[in-house]
Design a protein around this ligand. Structure first.
Ligand SMILES: *[C@@H]1O[C@H](CO)[C@@H](O)[C@H](O)[C@H]1NC(C)=O
Ligand SMILES: *[C@@H]1O[C@H](CO)[C@@H](O)[C@H](O)[C@H]1NC(C)=O
Ligand SMILES: *[C@@H]1O[C@H](CO)[C@@H](O)[C@H](O)[C@H]1NC(C)=O
Length: 331
């Protein structure tokens, strides 16, 4: 490589790696909080909310700090939200964001939803959510507390989740927190339309009101065609209306100004179709959807994942990691 070319490559990698935008939080330079260690098992933390519609609530999350955590080097942060009736531990198993072969650098956080009855933990935005619980503010309070206590790259905070937890990433994307969370990865998302009913549910045309705080917002969604819990085609469920997944994803592309055109890539002999939007804007795949034949209500994984079932062709988590790494918050 000529020296001018290698200088160019070095410069380009600084400009485009995302690290150029690394924004350090106030916690940089501080030792880890008491009882938290880097590497190993995740730690349970009791947390009291301070803001929003339900302040003073006792909540919990589990946090995994990567072994290579350095209090002087800003680390990305990934939230992973469980499904309705799930737990933080079960979501950690499914999503594997504590597995350092897939996620060596980001702090992973598994918050616990509030239970309507014992064990029925859920997130805001679904028909079965516990009324009055302000989960968006819970997430905001956690972000503020992580920024204060850990060395966080505030341009690289991300949200993933399954089912109701995936739907909740959509709720976050449509909230003021889309200004703080760089990209979203719902898996088998339950995108209940707030205020909808199951009468006359029109899953391919139902309006999807959403006031995000910025534009564009990178989103990647995975969904199985054999999902009998949150059907790919949408429809009435739990007294509300679920949009079809193509409608939900297309509305995001439209909302962001990219229109309805996608580039379709056929994978695994056509069993997996990858739809990418925003090609004309020069950011192909800024909205991406994987449609997976034969997959049920599962987090796609051929690896270490209790959700594995027929129709699992790929590991979603490394694809989510690549996606997150491609999209820091613009400064
Ligand atoms: C969190 O609070 C629960 C009681 O609500 C308690 O059993 C548990 O030990 C606490 N965990 C930590 C890490 O403080
Ligand atoms: C972490 O992921 C790798 C790659 O899929 C896998 O081989 C390994 O078993 C996983 N580790 C654990 C503890 O599950
Ligand atoms: C993507 O584009 C193809 C080809 O135009 C179209 O058939 C398909 O319905 C589109 N898919 C989605 C999810 O928009």
């Amino acid at each position: 490589m000529s020296s001018s070319l290698s200088t160019f490559v070095a410069l380009a990698s600084i400009l485009f790696s995302g690290h150029a935008y690394a924004a350090s939080s106030a916690g940089c330079g501080k030792n880890l909080p008491a009882h938290i260690t880097a590497g190993g098992q995740s730690h349970e933390v009791n947390f009291t909310t301070v803001s929003g519609g339900s302040p003073g609530m006792k909540r919990q999350y589990w946090i995994h700090v990567p072994s290579n955590y350095n209090k002087d080097k800003p680390a990305p942060l990934i939230f992973s939200f469980h499904g309705n009736g799930g737990t933080a531990a079960n979501q950690e198993d499914l999503s594997q964001f504590s597995n350092e072969s897939w996620n060596p650098n980001a702090i992973a956080v598994y918050p616990l939803g509030v239970g309507k009855s014992a064990g029925q933990h859920s997130w805001e935005g679904a028909p079965y959510s516990v009324p009055g619980v302000d989960d968006v503010s819970f997430v905001e309070d956690m972000i503020n507390s992580f920024n204060a206590d850990y060395c966080i790259d505030t341009s690289r905070i991300y949200a993933a989740g399954k089912s109701n937890g995936g739907g909740f990433t959509g709720t976050l994307a449509c909230s003021r927190l889309s200004a703080k969370i760089a990209a979203f990865a719902p898996v088998a998302g339950a995108f209940y339309v707030p205020g909808s009913t199951d009468d006359d549910c029109a899953p391919t045309t139902i309006p999807l009101p959403c006031p995000p705080a910025r534009n564009p917002i990178p989103i990647i969604e995975f969904h199985g065609l054999a999902d009998t819990t949150i059907a790919y085609a949408g429809g009435p469920r739990s007294g509300q209306c679920l949009p079809s997944i193509p409608h939900w994803i297309r509305e995001w592309s439209k909302r962001e100004g990219f229109g309805l055109t996608n580039r379709t890539t056929s994978l695994f002999g056509g069993n997996v179709l990858k739809y990418e939007y925003a090609e004309a804007a020069g950011i192909l795949g800024e909205i991406t959807h994987y449609r997976i034949s034969g997959l049920g209500h599962d987090w796609p994984s051929v690896g270490p994942n209790p959700d594995s079932s027929t129709g699992t062709y790929l590991d979603a988590t490394p694809l989510i990691m690549d996606f997150f790494n491609s999209y820091p918050l613009p400064n």
